[in-house]
Each structure stands twice: as C-alpha cells, then as structure tokens.
Design a protein around this ligand. Structure first.
Ligand code: SF4
Ligand code: SF4
Length: 674
C-alpha cells in the first residue's frame, strides 16, 4: 500500500507498453462505434423535415425520469415485470461501472490523484456492488433468452452473445481484483472494502500457487478482459447495446409539439406544393421517426399490449417498426409493398403500443400517415369507405338525417342553445349517443342527471355534426378538417364570450374537441361526463348511494384513461352508484381496447378475430354482475361481446348506473335539487 492513505496502483503488474496497447485498443474499439454512429446520424439527417425537442429543461426532466430513473422500463405491465427489473440491474451495473472506470482513468491520468482515502474505500465497495448487479442481470438475461424465451422478444444469436459477453467481462473483472489482492499486499482492513473480490480471493488463494502464480494469472486475465472490452466497444453500435445511445436520444428528442391524443395536421398548401398526402415512401420519414425506428430494442412490449395482434389480425406493432427500420437501412422506399393494407387497417389506434414503448416509437403517427396516403389513393373500400361517405354527406357515420339528432331526447324536454341561451354547460352528445339505439340511453341518462342536479345546459341539436374523429383516424384528413372547421364555427358562435363548459359522454369527441380543435381556433373547456358527474356528486348536487348494492367492473375507454389520463372519475361515479368496483387485469391507463377505435367500428371482421370478445371475456372473468363503460362505442362493442361469449354480464354506461341508483328508493343521500 503506497503512502499512508488507502489507495491502489491502477496499472499494477501492467508494463507501460501494455498500457499503451490497452489505450490503443480501446480507442480503436470506440472509434469503430463512433464511425457507425456517424453513418446512422447521416441516415436520420437525410429524412424529411420534422420537429425535434430542443428544450433543455425537457431533456433534463426526461433524462432524470425516463433514462436514469428508468420509469417506463420499471412500469412494465405484469408479464414483463421480471424482465423490467432484469433491465434495471443491467442498466445500473453497466452505467455505474462505466462512470466509475472513467473516474478512475481521470484520477490516474489527470492532474489530480483523488483515488485514495475514504473516497477510494467507498469507490471499491460501490463498484463491487455495480459489478454484482451487472452480473446478476447478465445471468438472468441469458436464462430468459435460453429457457423462458418470451415469444415477443428478439431471439438472435447476438441477443444471447451480448449478455454472455457482458457477464464474462464482469466476471473476469472480479477475478482480476481478487488476484491483485493476493499479491499486492493490500492490508485486510482495506481489502475488505472490495468485498466481492476479497471473498473471491479467499477462495482462490489455495489454487493460484503463491504470489508468483497470482501475478501470472492476473496478467493473463487482464489481457482477456481487455480484448473482450475492446470487442464490446467495437460492436457497441452494431448490437442491441446500441439502444443505450439510441433509446436515450429517442426519448430526449421526441417532439413536444403535440398531445398524444392529437394527430398531426396536414396542410392543404403543403399537399398542393408536394402533390403528396401522408406517408408513401421511407424518404418521407423524419429525423425523429428514423431515430426511433433504429432505437427499437425488440422488447416486444408493444406487441404484448396490442389488441389487434392478440385477436389474430395481421398487425404486430413491433414487426411494423422493425419492417420500417429495415427498409430505411436497406434503402427500400415504397411503403405500399412493405406494409400490407390489412396490417394498416387492423389498428384500433388505442395507443397501447406507444404507451408501453420504452423508446417512444411513434407507431400511431406512422400508421396514420400511411393510412392517409392510401385513403387519398382510393385504397379504402367497403363499409369503412361507406361510413366516410356518410360522414361527408350526412355529417355522421351512421348515415342518419340531421333532423333525427334529437330523437334520443324524446319526452325529456332537453333545451337547445337557442331555447336556453344562458346555458352554462353545452352537452355535446356525439353521433353514437345521438343515433345508436342502445347508446341513446346514455344521452338520456346524462341529460336526466344534469337536470336533477339543476345544471343549466343545452345541446346543439341539428347543428352538431360528427367531430370528424373517425375520419381522421381512418386517414381521411381533409374530411376531418372540413367537419372540424364547421363545428369550430358552430361552437364559437354558441359558446359566445362567456366561460362555459362542454360536457360529453364520448371520450373520442372529448379528445378531439380538447386536443385537435384548438388548431381550428376552437379552444374550450371540455369534460368527459364521468368527471362532470363525479364533481356533481362531490359537491352534493347529486346524491350518492348509502349502501353497496352489487359488484361492477369498469372497462376504461382508451381515449379516456390511457390517452387523457382520466381513471379516477369513472370509479367515483360507480362508487356513488353504490357499486363495488372489481378491476380487470388490464385497467386504468393499461386498459385494453374494445375494438371500435381507429375506425374499426365500421369494419366487418371474422368472429374469431373480434377484439370485443377478448375484452368481454376479461370483464366476465372478474365475476362482477355488471360491466360499466364510459363511452358509447365501448358500450356497443362490449354489449355485442358479452352476448357472443354467452355470459350473463350486463353492460351499461356509468351514467345509466348512477341514474338507476338514484331512482332506487331510500338508497341515496345528499342534496337533490330537482
Ligand atoms: S395503436 Fe393499438 S391496435 Fe394499433 S398497433 Fe398500437 S397497440 Fe396495436
Ligand atoms: S417498438 Fe418499442 S415497445 Fe415495440 S419492440 Fe420496439 S422498443 Fe419495444
């Protein structure tokens, strides 16, 4: 131990020429990866112009939470939890050792030698901890790739070789430490701080043949260690390890210009200038899209969460990303030959893939872009094309005449904005609740509850048209823009200068009005009816049930829970209705689609591929007598699903359940105004 303070010689037993070779090899290895990174950067830069996040405070927030905090990785859905913790162990071990080794090099070759004293002792202990974490992660990763082999995970030879190589580097590192402790005379009270190497040294001591044997073995293993590290550095950007760089960049640079519920606006001027609508070739992919495609680590989380994939449709969001990435890398251009129409139209736009993806790949934006091009090319036919024609001609996808918009309100005396110009709440009914016979009961229940709470409200009646959400999700962007423009003008006139709120029972309408209409100068407070009803109960304007009358399970609509983060209000309404909520395995933000989104409501599909059956089975599995919904489309799909799976479960909107509870004599408490 040189000097009085505990420390160690960094390159003890390594001749100066060997150290020179070591640094040369490391530089060559890193140089190979830097060169590979440059090739990738050129590829991303050759893409179409597009947004990138350039806000340092957003970078910092994402760096601390998503990259260093591993928030998305840690929050993996249930079947992936063990894989998530395995990744955290690998990440902590790898980053810790990388930073620690860099600090060691700075101390050794820099002007100030700080690798001594208390710092040195703590460093040794913590670095052993990182080493053990990395080793455990590598062993579990090899186990997972060889024995458990989850189907949605990538399974190439390189996927197995990488954790094996990392594990071997870590293991040789521990042996080098242990052998050094056997010959460099470190006193036991200092050596103990290198606790893993110290324990290993005790086991190796009888086998190495004294100090000379330990020195020789130390040098041999050191060379093996160096060669493996050089190989790792050289292959860094060519293996899955590249995601350490690419995923970080993808997370940091993801544009912040849009809410997840908002699809990008296509400008007519741009279409006239380019003669192009949507995505037709890989050349039109932006820098961020190209980067995020390359950042995909084939973890399969998107595929696990995808209702289209689960129902046997020809869509895997993971395969889609991989296909596009392969095309960009190989220079293939025509997306029409790479991604089949059936694949594109299978998507329900539920956003589960985007929500789960740790590298924030923009699956839905890509699918929407490709759909736009194919719709413009006239490649959409059959019932969904017919629903678009109805939207254009009648202002709703059901093809009903506008004069029937208020049929649902027969006998309820629901005022229009002309009849009640002083209204505080505009009830935006939505097409499904206005025209679909089953969903009309949702509109009736909501209006009745508003009346009972004494809310001054009104409806647009014949002036309300579809928000255009189905058109936009199906890819008919200009029909959406036309409807949005018309509705924006109607709303601006109806809402006037006063502060008023739009309340709607449809999460798709809410999402569109809230996030997509501001682009058409229509900015209003928009609430889902669950939130509004929950607030009415909380403020005593609607009474709450005094006793529990049954069990219910809640199907969270994707565009309410996942996309807009509202999971508490629907449950509060159900509790107010005197129901005990039994959760499905997939609930809250991790809900699973009913199958109607993305325009799928209008597609015909074989019985065995129906998403609503999967979800209805999951709801029935809770044993609850009722499945509550909070969306007229979900209500429709799950009612059909429940019938198809032959269960006895009732399917009802939460507004119907609350109204039913209030009508039960002696079952509610609170102030009832009307
Ligand atoms: S949005 Fe939903 S249906 Fe579409 S690919 Fe993603 S998970 Fe699948
Ligand atoms: S796209 Fe995202 S979630 Fe899907 S496999 Fe790639 S990294 Fe995983």
């Amino acid at each position: 131990m040189p000097g009085s303070e505990p420390t160690r010689e960094v390159f003890a037993n390594i001749a100066p020429w060997m150290q020179g070779v070591f640094f040369l090899l490391i530089c060559l290895g890193l140089g190979a990866s830097v060169w590979e990174f440059k090739l990738r950067l050129d590829r991303w830069k050759s893409g179409a112009p597009g947004e990138l996040c350039r806000e340092p405070q957003v970078w910092w927030s994402r760096l601390t939470t998503e990259v260093l905090g591993q928030r998305r990785v840690r929050s993996a859905a249930r079947p992936r939890r063990s894989g998530a913790w395995l990744h955290v162990a690998l990440f902590v071990g790898f980053v810790g050792l990388f930073v620690g080794t860099t600090l060691l090099a700075i101390s050794d070759k820099g002007p100030v030698h700080f690798h001594k004293g208390v710092y040195f002792l703590g460093y040794e202990a913590v670095m052993d901890l990182f080493g053990v974490a990395l080793l455990v992660g590598c062993v579990l990763a090899v186990y997972r790739r060889t024995l458990t082999r989850p189907a949605s995970l990538g399974h190439t030879a390189a996927d197995l070789a990488l954790p094996a190589l990392l594990g071997a580097i870590t293991l040789t590192g521990f042996f080098i430490e242990a052998l050094r402790l056997l010959w460099d005379g470190t006193p036991p009270e200092t050596a103990r701080w290198s606790w893993a190497g110290f324990a290993l040294a005790a086991g190796l001591s009888p086998m190495v043949g004294g100090e000379g044997g330990a020195r020789a073995a130390h040098l041999t293993l050191w060379w093996l260690h160096v060669v493996m590290i050089t190989g790792l550095f050289a292959l860094w950007m060519r293996t899955r390890l590249s995601h350490a760089v690419l995923a970080t960049l993808s997370v940091l640079l993801r544009p912040t210009d849009r809410h997840p519920g908002e699809l990008s606006v296509v400008s007519l001027e741009k279409v006239e200038e380019t003669g192009q609508v949507g995505l037709s070739t890989t050349e039109e992919l932006t820098f961020f899209q190209r980067l995020s495609l390359e950042a995909c680590m084939e973890c399969g989380r998107c595929e696990d969460a995808c209702p289209a994939f689960a129902s046997g449709k020809p869509l895997s969001p993971k395969a889609l990303i991989q296909t596009l990435n392969g095309a960009v890398r190989s220079g293939a251009e025509d997306l029409g030959t790479l991604v089949a129409d059936e694949t594109l139209w299978a998507c329900t736009m539920c956003q589960a893939c985007v929500f789960e993806c740790p590298v924030r790949a923009p699956h839905v934006d890509l699918i929407a872009g490709m759909r736009r091009h194919r719709v413009a090319e006239g490649l959409l036919s059959g019932p969904p094309a017919q629903s678009l024609r109805r939207l254009g001609n009648q202002g709703n996808p059901f093809g009903q005449p506008q004069r029937e918009r208020l049929t649902w309100a027969a006998g309820l005396n629901v005022p229009t904005v002309e009849q009640n110009p002083d209204f505080e709440v505009l009830l935006w009914v939505g097409c499904a609740a206005a025209f679909d016979p089953r969903a009309q009961r949702v509109a009736r229940a909501t209006a009745t509850l508003l009346k009972r709470a004494g809310v001054s409200f009104a409806v647009l009646g014949r002036s309300e048209r579809c928000t255009g959400d189905p058109a936009r999700r199906l890819g008919e962007e200009f029909l959406f823009q036309q409807l949005a423009q018309e509705n924006a003008e109607t709303l601006t006139e109806a809402m006037g200068e006063r502060r008023r709120t739009i309340v709607t029972p449809c999460p798709h309408c809410m999402n569109s009005l809230r996030h997509e209409y501001p682009a058409f100068d229509a900015r209003f407070e928009v609430m889902h009816h669950s939130r509004f009803l929950a607030d009415l109960v909380a403020t005593g304007k609607l009474p709450a049930a005094v006793s529990v009358s049954g069990d219910v399970t809640l199907h969270d609509p994707c565009y309410l829970a996942r996309v807009n983060g509202e999971t508490e209000a629907p449950r509060a309404v159900l509790v107010a209705a005197g129901l005990r909520v039994l959760e499905m395995p997939r609930h809250g933000e991790r809900t699973s689609c009913c199958g109607a989104g993305g325009g799928r409501m209008w597609f015909e599909e074989p019985a065995e591929q129906r998403v609503n059956r999967l979800r209805a089975s999951e709801a029935a599995g809770t044993g609850a007598g009722t499945c509550a919904t909070a969306c007229p489309f979900c209500l429709n799909m799950l009612s059909d699903g429940a019938t198809a799976v032959g269960g006895a479960q009732e399917v009802a909107d939460l507004s119907e359940l609350l109204l039913r509870a209030l009508d039960r004599p002696g079952e509610s408490e609170g102030r009832q105004l009307q």
